[in-house]
Design a protein around this ligand. Structure first.
Ligand code: AMO
Length: 420
């Protein structure tokens, strides 16, 4: 009986007649022999001696006899092939997908994403990203968290009113969610520990290599914390679990891109915001990208760590739901995690009493009315809690060394890009 196998499994079927299916990656006809390389989800397989050679990106099913071949990927190839073409492309890809180095600039790649991403090097960051998410879920599941799914069409901005997308919701104004912030907090009242992996939207007016208009946010929130430090412990566990999953499930992508996976220290070093200002010699109420880079260099030098927590950001720079630092007026129990020079995570302890919320909104001159749905949870008793959000694309960019965040997501959305 002929069985369908993956390219990576040929060695297990030496001498047998098997069928593989995939895309024509490359074809070559020499004087005496022809070669077809077929790409499937597991890798590449070489087919020797085909008569007709379908064009690149044809979808084919190939039946052949598995034979040792010293030049073949994995050491085995298919000979005496029968080829069935399941679909023929109507256009050629914008560049050769088989060249080891991608011979195209980023705009060309992004314009042709559905086909360009088939290139092993362009697909690899997405594999790393998928393995990271699997590790996030696995780690938090193991720590008693429940996965939740919250609305992306919402009644009010959570992070700041400035970069929110407005939409028409059956004739009423509404917004695309900038964060699951309110809902994840409310769900602490239901499950105590929750997480969400989902899209969030930011109408970022700036064209930078680290901002997208839609990105994937890995969010978590947990109840019964003493303060933000309990949240930081979970951040560390999540990041370590993500890396472990990348090691296990995306090894070939890691090899292909020559990624150096970082060590996560048993305790990630932490520095207070005021100390970070002093070290970098800048005293603005928020850290600049240059300061973040300097601080990361400092952490590597002083602590041998590629990760650094910055704690105690000023009240003026954190959203109204942030818990103040009881011991230091003007500062918060909010933190960021820097990774290789970039802010990767934001988190902190939140207010948890109803009257603290109404007071915080009033102090910021905010109308409490749009927040009524959110504040409901706090009318009925909420434990001290906190949480964090990690930007998936930034994570993948920093891990893989991608210079631009757009290289780490299949169909980036930014100031200029709405298709494909
Ligand atoms: P914040 O707004 O800092 O915090 O976002 C959290 C993390 O998301 C990533 N990020 C982005 N990634 C790509 N493009 C963007 N435009 C972009 N903006 C942010 C960063 C950042 O650290 N509700 C809080 C989180 C919390 O306190 O739980 C929030 O959304 O990696």
């Amino acid at each position: 009986m002929i069985s369908r196998v993956m390219s990576a499994e040929l060695a297990e079927h030496a001498g047998q007649r098997v069928t593989i299916a995939g895309w024509v990656h490359r074809r070559r006809r020499l004087k005496s022999v022809s070669f077809l390389v077929v790409r499937d989800r597991a890798g590449l397989a070489q087919i020797v001696g085909a008569g007709d050679l379908p064009v690149e990106e044809s979808v084919v099913e190939v039946t052949g006899t598995v034979t040792a071949g010293s030049q073949a990927p994995g050491g085995f190839e298919l000979v005496a092939p029968e080829i069935e073409v399941l679909a023929e492309p109507v256009a050629a890809p914008p560049f050769d997908l088989y060249r080891p180095v991608v011979p195209a600039a980023l705009p060309t790649i992004l314009d042709h994403a559905p086909v360009a991403l088939r290139h092993p090097r362009l697909k690899a960051p997405l594999e790393i990203s998928a393995a990271s998410v699997a590790g996030f879920r696995e780690t938090l599941d193991g720590l008693g968290f429940t996965e939740i799914h919250t609305p992306k069409i919402v009644a009010s901005a959570t992070e700041s009113g400035a970069n929110v997308f407005g939409i028409d919701y059956f004739g009423r104004p509404a917004y695309l969610a900038q964060s699951p912030q309110f809902y994840k907090q409310a769900m602490v009242g239901v499950f105590e520990r929750v997480y969400e992996v989902g899209p969030v939207f930011r109408a970022e007016p700036h064209d930078t290599v680290r901002h997208l208009a839609q990105y994937t946010s890995l969010d978590a929130e947990l109840g019964f914390v003493r303060d933000h430090r309990d949240v930081m412990t979970i951040v560390r566990a999540a990041v370590a679990g993500m890396l472990e999953s990348v090691r296990r499930h995306a090894a070939s992508a890691v090899d292909l891109l020559d990624v150096a996976l970082p060590e996560v220290p048993a305790e990630i070093p932490a520095i207070h915001f005021t100390e970070a200002q002093r070290l970098t010699g800048e005293f603005e109420p928020d850290l600049s990208p240059a300061q973040e880079r300097l601080l990361s260099e400092w952490a590597l030098r002083e602590h041998g760590s590629e990760f650094l927590f910055v704690t105690g950001y000023p009240m003026s720079k954190r959203p109204f739901y942030t818990h103040p630092d009881p011991g230091r007026p003007g500062y918060t129990n909010g933190f960021d995690l820097l990774f290789r020079g970039l802010e990767l995570v934001t988190g902190g302890q939140r207010l948890h009493r109803y009257e603290d919320y109404t007071k915080a909104l009033a102090e910021r001159g905010e109308d409490p009315e749009p927040y009524e749905g959110y504040l409901q949870a706090f009318r009925y008793g909420m434990p001290p809690h906190g949480g964090f959000a990690l930007g998936l694309e930034r994570w993948t960019a920093r891990l893989t060394g991608a210079a631009n965040i757009r290289q780490t997501t299949a169909f980036p959305r930014d100031l200029h890009r709405l298709t494909p």
